[in-house]
Ligand binder design. Sequence first.
Ligand code: SF4
Length: 477
Amino acid sequence: MGGIFGVCMEGECVTDLFFGTDYHSHLGTRRGGMAVFDGKRYNRAIHNIENSPFRTKFEDDLYEMKGHMGIGCISDDRPQPIVLNTGLGTIAVVTVGRINNKAALTKELIEDRGAYFTEMSDGDINDTELVASLICSCGSVPEGIKHAQDKIEGSMTMLVSADGGIYAARDRYGRTPLLIGKKQDGVNGYCASLESFAYINLGYRTHYALGPGEVVFITPDSMTVVAEARKQLKMCTFLWLYYGFTASDYEGVNVEEMRNRCGRSMAEQDIENKTTVDADYVAGIPDSGTPHAIGYANRSGIPFARPLLKYTSTWPRSFTPKDQSKRNLIARMKLTPADALIKDKKLLLIDDSIVRGTQLRGMMDMLLSYGAKELHGRISCPPLLYNCKYLNFTRSSKESENIARQAIMKLEGTDTVTDEQISEYTEFGSAKYLNMVEDIRIKLNFNTLCYHSLDGMLGCVGIDKCKLCTYCWTGRE
Ligand code: SF4
């Protein structure tokens, strides 16, 4: 997916930009970038962060860059920020999202406006340069941002440094959050951030949360709304469930609290459906399952424990070699077993979600090899059936590789399944749904397996359900 952060303040902004951008590192693994305006020109740095953290790669830039205004990003694909000299002045742009009509937009820009593109990402036109080109096809930056929001199919949240400040624009349906922080303690300054926790330790407090499609402009001493929020919100539910950082708030709902509620709700679902188990411990699949497991343990009365512990000292980020067997080994090496909490124990394991299930199956095999007596699985969301088409969340695996799709294909006896066939398996508790879950249970080696219902999960967010995106579970927009 990726994360973005921008600062506009009195005095040097680079330290705030460096740490604020770094606090988005959980949202992407491939590239980091910063562009800082020193009053005359932009100084830009982009580094590969696949095998070492943002902080290490940008340490030299922290001391070399100077300026009062800058934007930064963590990116899963395209190199950013893009800096362009345009008819609207020199602008710098960072984006988060996905363009589904890229070919049509590119063709239109080249044929109708004579545009050309310089930055390529893996042989493809860079999405952020495409956004910059759409912006520059209009008479002003705010007009250009609105034009880009209207033309792009998919989702695009962006920061545009121009006109002596930073424009912060949330995507049309608000699938990703965007907040404005105000610097405290007598210093004039504002920041724009995807994650709300990212600026707190830097001395900012939340000043404003943008609505869907809203555009604001920040300078060191002001924030103004440039384009009003649109009506329809479709915030990404998966950010609360797994992808976002637990200290953040989206739409006023804290992520850690939502995850605790998911665990509690699954414990209640077990009571209602008579699927409770007599386990010795409740444990989260490290680390993302932990807050869900705390909620389950608190509600069920089963003690919380950590039988699998991440060896975090030298595994600060994902190291993903191309070779699948090495990837599996690395997944195993990161987790260390606490024997006393595993041997002869009945464990109830909570995970936020299952995509292909390969790593989860590896963990179950590992726990059984260490003497676990029973393994029960509880999953905080319904079976994932569709790859995200808005934020590139699941771009590393094919939709047909999702464990739930694999189960449906097996049960239907086909290599492909239609949306109609899939919809018959999404009704919680129906015979087809239970057959699908049973197939997954056997594949993952659980004694029992239950998924959270869609309504149960959405209820844990606690805002109007029609304001939440559920495409990856339902295939409905
Ligand atoms: S499809 Fe899923 S991951 Fe993508 S925006 Fe919607 S809820 Fe989020």
